[in-house]
Design a protein around this ligand. Structure first.
Ligand code: ASP
Length: 416
């Protein structure tokens, strides 16, 4: 058992159960955290998932100079969509199980109370902007698949191959390695689902890692990229970006874009393009967006729930923690299930108050990459750019899903 896992058990399961699953609303929150702002915040302001932090400066000055709130949020998410190295969004996103990149996105424009969305789009990089085009140039809200792609091309978006060489090789490694550990079969929501065996299994691990090393070598994955590629296969990543923007006048908008779960079933659409789940903006109240377990978020209509909670008087933090508690309730507070689920909400109220909340404090990266836990963060720009740790419902760190036991350090060290 590696130390990260011990940490999880000590602080996650035991800590959370003993607290009766109450939110960890520490009154003396670490000042680094995005704590509840019951008082109004600053305007203008932009918030986003942390992978948007490098794009906030430019978007903020655009907003400050009178740019539209949705266009400001779209400027933030365009960065990761265009970046081939961000394998969770747009170009270079990890593909579905057939090796095809399928993207989802949605947006809401507060001032005109409009929405647009696209799901399962292939070959078009900036799907958040396609969602905006659906909003502006159709009488519909959502287009999917082939129709969405043809609509994008009609509006001048270029078709391009979104599968980078790196992502293609990671997918091939996954494809050749996996036979049964994929998304087929029932998931954690199934009443008969059993948590996987996570005890160290020495010989099995030796064999698994040897096989992965061999396939990676055969596929021509460069030695310096092999550990990274193997991690993506053992722990298929999630990733997404949400951004909400509020201007001085109090106009507010939001958008979310993603390549969804790596190696998902073709045609799978997550929460990101679902208005009310991956993003929801109401000009009278505020805006919220999500990254994390899409299937869980759809079932609690997370972003809509949060905005409605704020309408009824909850602070951004309280509103988000309530949505997270609904996810925990959907699994009867069973920590054996909840430890495989994670969810982060990015919340902005119309008065500039904001919060970042998450089911867990973060997640443990694979031991051969980085022994430090990765904490969930919200990126904020209100004149000062910063990244703040989210407020977690549970102490501790989630485990990736599909569940695959982490290799003990003695086997992992052989990969270095
Ligand atoms: N929510 C995204 C999805 O389910 C994935 C993620 O945010 O990591 O498609």
């Amino acid at each position: 058992m590696c130390s990260s896992r011990r940490h999880f058990i000590a602080t996650g399961v035991v800590g959370s159960l003993s607290l009766g699953l109450e939110a960890q609303e520490d009154k003396e929150q670490d000042s680094k955290r995005a704590t509840t702002r019951t008082l109004a915040g600053k305007r203008p302001i932009i918030i986003s998932a942390n992978n948007g932090v490098n794009y906030l400066d430019e978007a903020f000055s655009f907003l400050k100079n009178g740019g539209d709130t949705l266009d400001a949020a779209l400027r933030v998410v365009k960065g990761p969509e265009d970046d081939p190295k961000d394998d969770s969004v747009g170009l270079g996103g990890l593909p579905n199980e057939e090796g095809v990149v399928e993207l989802d996105a949605c947006c809401m424009h507060g001032p005109t109370r409009r929405a647009g969305s696209v799901g399962g789009v292939r070959n078009i990089k900036n799907v958040s902007q396609v969602a905006k085009a659906v909003m502006e140039h159709t009488g519909h809200v959502m287009l999917v698949g082939d129709g969405a792609e043809r609509f994008a091309v009609a509006h001048g978006f270029a078709r391009e191959n979104l599968l980078t060489e790196h992502s293609r090789k990671v997918w091939l490694l996954w494809k050749e390695y996996h036979s049964t550990d994929d998304w087929w079969g029932p998931g954690v929501s199934d009443p008969h689902w059993k948590p996987p065996e996570t005890a160290p299994q020495g010989e099995l691990w030796q064999e698994r890692l040897r096989k992965l090393q061999q396939i990676a070598t055969d596929l021509g994955i460069a030695p310096e990229n092999r550990a990274h590629a193997i991690r993506k296969v053992l722990f298929p990543p999630t990733g997404t970006i949400h951004s909400s923007a509020l201007n001085e006048k109090g106009e507010i908008s939001g958008c979310t874009t993603t390549s969804g779960l790596a190696f998902k079933l073709p045609g799978r659409v997550g929460d990101s393009p679902i208005i009310g789940a991956g993003c929801y903006t109401d000009q009278d109240v505020g805006s919220a967006g999500a990254t994390g377990s899409g299937e869980e978020n759809i079932k609690v209509a997370g972003a809509h729930t949060i905005v409605e909670n704020m309408r009824r008087g909850m602070s951004p933090q309280e509103a988000g923690i309530d949505a997270l508690k609904r996810i925990a309730r959907n699994h009867n507070h069973d920590m054996n299930k909840l430890r495989f689920i994670d969810m982060t909400y990015y919340i902005l109220r119309k008065d500039g108050a904001y919060a970042g909340v998450s089911l867990w404090e973060g997640y443990m990266p694979s031991p051969w990459e980085d022994p430090q836990p990765k904490r969930h963060k919200i990126a904020v720009h209100d004149g000062t750019k910063r990244a703040e740790e989210t407020v977690p419902l549970f102490k501790g760190f989630s485990q990736e899903f599909p569940p695959f036991p982490k290799a003990p350090a003695e086997y992992v060290n052989q990969l270095k």
